[in-house]
Design a protein around this ligand. Sequence first.
Ligand code: GDP
Ligand code: IMO
Ligand code: MG
Length: 426
Amino acid sequence: MGKGKVDALLGIVFGDEGKGKVVDVFTPRYDVVARFAGGPNAGHTIIFDGKKFVLRSIPSGIFDEGKLNIIGNGCVIAPDLFMQEAKELEEAGYDLKSRLHISKRAHLILPTHRVLDRAYEAAKGKNKVGTTGKGIGPTYSEKASRTGLRVGDILENFQEKYDTLKARHEQTLRDLDYTDYDITEEEKLWMQGIDYMRQFPLTDTEIELGKAIAEGKKVLAEGAQGTMLDIDHGTYPFVSSSNTVCGGVCTGLGVAPNAIGEVFGIFKAYSTRVGSGPFPVELFDETGDKIREIGHEYGAVTGRNRRCGWLDLVALRYAIMINGVTQLIMMKSDVLDTFAEIKVCTAYTKNGVTTDQMPFDTEGWQAVYETLPGWQTDLTGMTSESQFPKQLRDYIAYIEKATGTPITIVSVGPDRAQTITRQPGN
Ligand code: GDP
Ligand code: IMO
Ligand code: MG
């Protein structure tokens, strides 16, 4: 029996690169789709047949009937939000309970974790991370402190475990002098979410995955967030709280490093960031506004404006190295259709020092740009690489050369159908 492989599809910048869309497009090639990190801070948009879904905790392989979807041990899950998300899909006619397994080792986000998220942000004043407010940081901190509750805990004496942890959170909130909150309604819904979750297979997903791999099945690991939001390799402290990089696939699913096959690194033809933190390519002028307007760059989870700028090759090269990216996927190319010139950041500069390597402290650096001609052509109706204008081919070739990595897919619109596979080197 051939040994199966786990391919990883990872956001390699600041998230929202279009992971949901591509995972959905790729799912027919795989047997299993698994999320390995993050939770409802993610918002993965999938559009097909005139329908739009935004998934937060549920893997984007869920629309393909025959496929197993897994929420892995590296994820954190909010039962109330999970219930809401799952019911929406059930109402749209997708039978989840037969094809969505949840790891018993994934950690639970309590309502009080969300209050703690707000309290810690409030305490940070102007150094706020700008979190999604979903309790991500406090839940992962609790996991590392070895005091958290896991999905498997709901199977036995759960109320007692919940009450103990909640009481501890309430004490912390009193210590922080953050007492103006009321979770009564939220908690009711959350407990309904716990009962709802019990209807799903709560399993040892690492063992299931191990068996699937041994049987030669193909697994796609769906990333959340992006490399620059990784707790170790991102722009710390303005990051999320999990390992969003390729190494997170191993720890967050319990698969061995030698099971990893292709690593797809997904990025936009330009850059965006939501929340606070350094962003050397940020545009504060009408060009930034134009990218935001055309790209609909407003957060799928929080509705916040996404900060916009040109493509950052310093970040891209760093992410390719950290993740071992084997293929690049360029998204939202159509958003640049009307620009006469397109800039690309090739290095950062600060106080007379210029570097093309990701610095330890990304604060205060300015982007150094090269300018390339825009294609000024509507890409959205294109179906094959042969239709690409010369300037787009040149842009692709420029990025491939600068990163030493092939771009194998170019996305020209949000719909499943607007996805063009290409032959690198063309
Ligand atoms: P994810 O978090 O990486 O899954 O990405 P999001 O769903 O948060 O954000 C990507 C947004 O871009 C969504 O609104 C998608 O519908 C949209 N999108 C994806 N690919 C394309 C594309 O090629 N062109 C355009 N115009 N929009 C796209
Ligand atoms: P997807 O999977 C973009 C950002 C938040 C904030 C920081 C920490 O859709 O690409 P958190 O709530 O995780 O503690 O917030 O990380 N962030 C994201 N930005 N896309 C995401 O997910 C994100 N998940 C978290 O805006 O700056
Ligand atoms: Mg998103």
